[in-house]
Each structure stands twice: as structure tokens, then as C-alpha cells.
Design a protein around this ligand. Structure first.
Ligand code: SF4
Length: 447
């Protein structure tokens, strides 16, 4: 809930000394309330007042960190219910679940998928970030599996309600900053102590959303707020309703008890592999912070990775690459120059096809506002003067003696004007589809 300037003013020392950079304590308070100044700028604010304010101004949903080094990720911290309102902050993570009840063949298959499924799209290397390890009965195998998934570079999530086994699991995951998915209404007191001792994120599960609320309150009262919430796994309807209720209450209500990231065990509520993908898609949209699948091969991963990337980008910021000259396939002074826009998807599709052609080439990317080719052209950001000015100013004429300049086929209409502005260049209309680039380049260069 937003804090009013007057509430902040009541906590200032009212010296009007200007040391904070503002003429009066009231002016300073108004700026802090508007988010334009930090409360720390006043050297006379007491620690007690600071603590009071930081609680009141804290975001409604906590950001929870898991993993270390390359595996470090943030969960939660969301401020809006819908992406179009502003943006989502921390992307949903995917997990695959192992269990000591799995056969060696099943484990080997999941491990092979975990290692193989990596996908580079628009500059983001995507993979399954978390490995959930569920305790069934074989403690030694359970702990071995935790060690194995850590070795594979995944954030471990130990799913275990037995407090004695949980103690060993917490020790096993603590260096990797994993999650102990173990607290329930029945064991919450003991499990909080286990999580506190290992300083790991504690997952909370309950039989109903009311019970979940009471258990989180109890855990918070015991002084632990490093939590994630299991939305429930008795049915699709329950899990979905709970995920939406938890997020809506957090962001729209006054009760912050549910202000934590969520975990959805899709593997427990889906009837088949296809349904797992369908449900995982639904929970990427509404509101899974970690989505647990029973396995993840390429055919399951690619649509989910693509959906997630689209949802967890800022709709107000076009995805762009730096406007400059890029070199491919050891481009030399005989290499032609292709042109496209700085929209990231256009760049990565075109650059992939140039690489596939194996023809040495340069790719010129002027500042086109981060739009696709036709949108940038229609908006006046990818016209003949933008292209010709960039070619003149980029220094590409010094890098190659070849004077072939290839425009995207979709803006063939620009050919005449670009040719007029660049008389030393042979301006050629390229393919309309990126997939045609390899053949086009090989034919053009006689390779
Ligand atoms: Fe008031 Fe503190 Fe600013 Fe001085 S530094 S004017 S006491 S808010």
C-alpha cells in the first residue's frame, strides 16, 4: 500500500536543515512518498522510523532468491496482475521432478533431457532451471539424486515432509541455495527451524487455501519470511483457483500473508504429457513462479520457452540489438553487405540464416527504433535516408571492396532511393523470407 507524504513527515525530525537536499522536511517527505528520494538521504531519521517505513513501502510480493553463481534466479517481486499494466518482473522457472521411487531408466532419461534441452532464442539461453527431488522412501537414493541435480547445474528443490530426512536434505541443498519444500500445517514449527538452520527457502503446502494462509501466518510469526507457496495439487481447478487467489489477494488486497512466489506441481495434476504442457502454459500466464513437470524434452520445452519469453519481456520496451555492423563467416574485404532492422527477432533470424549460408557477409543494422522491417518502414524509421546515412557513417565501405548492398525484400520499394543516395553501391533487393537467404547469397556470390 502506498505511504502518504504526511505519514513520512511524521517520522522526520522536522529540523528543516536541508541536508537531504530539500528545503524542508515536508518537501523531502513528499519526494520520498513519490519514490523520487531515498529515506536514507536524511541523516537524522531513526533506525526505528526507517524500519517502519521500509515495511510500509515494501513491495506487496517478496522477491525470493534461489541458486548461486550461474544458477542464481529471482522469484516473485511482481507488482501487477496483468503484463499489459506494466511488466512482469521475474520469469517463471521450469522444473523437472525426480524421485527416489523412479527407476534408474526413468532417471537416466530425465537427466539426458535436462542436459540436452537448451535453446538460444533472441540472445537468451533457455533451459530447465530447477530440479525437484521428491522423497518417497529411499533416503540414500533421495540424497544421491539431490547431489546429482546440483552437479547438473540445477537449483535443487527437495520435496520432503519427514523432518529428520528434511534436516539432511537441507544440509545437502544449502550451498546451492535450494528450496526445502517441506512445511505443512502439521510440521511447520519443526520445519521452520530446519530451514532457518540451513538458511534455505522454505516451501509451504497445505490441504486448503485457508490452511495455507494460517500456516504462512504461523511461520512468519516464528520469524521466517524466506518462503514459496505450493498452490496445491489435488486438482487442476484447485491449483488454478489458488494461484489466482494468492496473486490477486497479494496485489489487490491489504493482506500480505500470501505475498510470496508460488510453486505449481503440474506433474501432479495433469493426466498426460500433453496436458502437462497445456497446464504449464496456463501457469506461465497465471501465476506460477516455479512450474514442475514430470519431464521436459524438446517438443515440450520449445513452445513453453517461447511463451515464457514473450510473457516475461517488458511490453513497453522493444527487444533490440545494438545498431552497428556485424560480421559473419569470417567476412573479408570481398563480403557483401545485408541490411535489416534492430528488432531482436529480425536480427537473430537473419543472422542465423547468414551463418547457415556459410557465405562471408556483413550485416548492417541501423537504428530503426526496435521495430520489425515493415513496422519500422511504415513508422519512417527504416527509410532510404536512414539506410544510406548509416552505410555512409558506419565505415563499412572501408571494410569491404564489394559494393553489393542487399535490402530486405519487404522494402523493395526503397531500392531506387537508396541507390540514388549511394551511387557507388549496387543496391539489390534480397529475399522476402529469411529462410531464402542462404540460397540467395550463394547464388549472388557464385559459391
Ligand atoms: Fe528534514 Fe532530515 Fe531533510 Fe533535515 S535532512 S530537512 S531533518 S528531512
Amino acid at each position: 500500500m502506498a505511504v502518504k507524504g504526511l505519514d513520512i513527515f511524521k517520522l522526520t525530525p522536522k529540523k528543516n536543515c536541508k541536508e537531504c537536499g530539500f528545503p524542508t522536511c515536508m518537501a523531502f517527505s513528499m519526494k520520498v512518498a513519490a519514490g523520487a528520494a531515498e529515506i536514507d538521504k536524511c541523516p537524522y531519521i531513526t533506525d526505528e522510523a526507517k524500519a517502519q517505513l521500509s515495511e510500509a513501502t515494501a513491495p506487496p510480493m517478496k522477491t525470493i532468491k534461489i541458486g548461486t553463481g550461474d544458477t542464481e534466479c529471482a522469484l516473485g517481486g511482481e507488482t501487477v496482475l496483468f503484463r499489459h499494466e506494466k511488466t512482469y518482473v521475474n520469469k517463471a522457472l521450469f522444473a523437472v521432478e525426480f524421485s527416489d521411487a523412479d527407476s534408474d531408466d526413468e532417471i537416466a532419461k530425465k537427466v539426458a533431457h535436462l542436459e540436452a534441452v537448451k535453446y538460444d532464442r533472441i540472445g537468451e539461453l533457455m533451459c530447465v532451471e530447477v530440479a525437484s527431488v521428491r522423497y518417497a522412501a529411499d533416503k540414500a537414493k533421495f540424497l544421491d539424486l539431490i547431489a546429482k541435480v546440483i552437479e547438473l547445474g540445477r537449483v535443487p528443490m527437495a520435496v520432503v515432509e519427514d523432518v529428520e530426512v528434511a534436516k539432511e536434505a537441507a544440509e545437502a541443498i544449502k550451498a546451492a541455495k535450494g528450496i526445502l519444500m517441506g512445511a505443512t500445517p502439521a510440521n511447520a514449527d519443526a520445519m521452520v527451524e530446519v530451514a532457518k538452520a540451513a538458511d534455505v527457502v522454505l516451501g509451504v503446502s497445505a490441504g486448503s487455501i485457508e490452511e495455507l494462509h494460517d500456516t504462512v501466518e504461523k511461520i512468519e510469526a516464528a520469524g521466517y519470511k524466506n518462503l514459496v507457496l505450493n498452490v496445491g495439487d489435488s486438482s487442476v481447478k484447485e491449483a488454478y483457483n489458488n494461484a489466482v487467489t494468492i496473486r490477486t489477494n497479494t496485489l489487490k488486497g491489504d493482506d500480505r500473508t500470501f505475498g510470496y512466489p508460488s510453486v505449481v506441481f503440474v506433474n501432479k495434476i495433469a493426466c498426460c504429457e500433453q496436458m502437462e504442457v497445456a497446464l504449464a502454459s496456463a501457469f506461465v500466464l497465471r501465476y506460477g513462479s516455479i512450474i514442475v513437470m514430470s519431464d521436459m524434452d524438446f517438443k515440450q520445452a520449445l513452445p513453453l520457452f517461447g511463451l515464457r519469453q514473450n510473457i516475461f519481456t517488458d511490453p513497453q520496451k522493444p527487444m533490440r540489438v545494438e545498431p552497428t555492423i556485424y560480421e559473419f563467416n569470417k567476412a573479408d574485404d570481398n563480403a557483401p553487405v545485408l541490411v535489416t532492422v534492430d528488432f531482436a527477432l529480425s536480427y537473430f533470424v537473419v543472422s542465423g540464416e547468414i551463418e547457415r549460408s556459410k557465405v562471408p557477409a556483413y550485416l548492417a543494422i541501423p537504428d530503426a527504433g526496435g521495430y520489425s522491417v515493415l513496422t519500422a518502414w511504415a513508422a519512417g524509421k527504416f527509410g532510404a535516408s536512414v539506410i544510406s546515412d548509416f552505410i555512409k557513417e558506419s565505415g563499412i565501405a572501408d571494410k569491404t571492396k564489394c559494393r553489393k548492398l542487399i535490402l530486405p525484400g519487404k522494402v523493395a520499394v526503397l531500392q531506387g532511393d537508396v541507390a540514388e543516395a549511394l551511387p557507388d553501391w549496387e543496391v539489390i533487393v534480397g529475399p522476402t523470407e529469411a529462410m531464402q537467404i542462404p540460397k540467395f547469397l550463394r547464388d549472388l556470390m557464385g559459391i
